[in-house]
Design a protein around this ligand. Sequence first.
Ligand code: MG
Length: 270
Amino acid sequence: MTSPVVVQCAGATHTGLRRSLNEDAHLAASPVFIVADGMGGHEAGERASAAVVGAFAPLVGRESLALDEVRRALADARSAVDSLISDGTSRAGTTLSGVVVASVDGIGYWLAVNIGDSRTYRFADGELEQISVDHSVIQELIEDGRISAEAAMTDPRRNIITRAIGAGSTADADYWLFPAELGDRMLVCSDGLTSEITEQRIADILAGEADPQRAAELLTAEAVRAGGRDNVTVVVVDAVSVVTHPGTIVHADEVDEDTRPREAVNGEVR
Ligand code: MG
């Protein structure tokens, strides 16, 4: 047996120019490709994001994963982060975004998971599509038509997230299941990338560099060059072999059309 989605993957991370610690963490090892962006200060964020990676690490090496297994890993991560909080590391919290390889009747799928404002994109046929929906105050304002996407880039509320693992949040993650296709390039990143460079620039770099490691490094370097105001983490996953067949029905096992109600996460500003 081989995995229904065979990949080449890479990750890159940078502390940036303004922060003394890198509180992001990532795991890019099949079938798990995730980024966690920790928050809380005094190493709490670093420990929270590391706890997410620690909870998913035992799944590395599997051919594919089921939704329940991802849910369990997320629950384990939440327990670990909550225990940081009860140890006195108040306000520890983290985002989680990414994809895992899943299998539906032997066909290769991506199972995307998201909580917070790190992001998962699919780059295919030259188009960059954001899969995840940010759990942020700004996202809600955009959906309500109260601010434009352009204004959101500089809005002072842009770092306030409405769901997290830890940080007082108990809200669940969103999950999306969709067929993998040969040539899919998945991008998972912390907001240190998307707050510094435009999606057009991201798409251009993904289109221009075939090697996933080089692409991840170029994206990270560009975000640092653009200001590096936050930690930057990028995971790039290329589907190089996919078990598929014609006429695959595209459906979501669990779709969150509207990801509300959301919870405020203590007005956490990262
Ligand atoms: Mg960040």
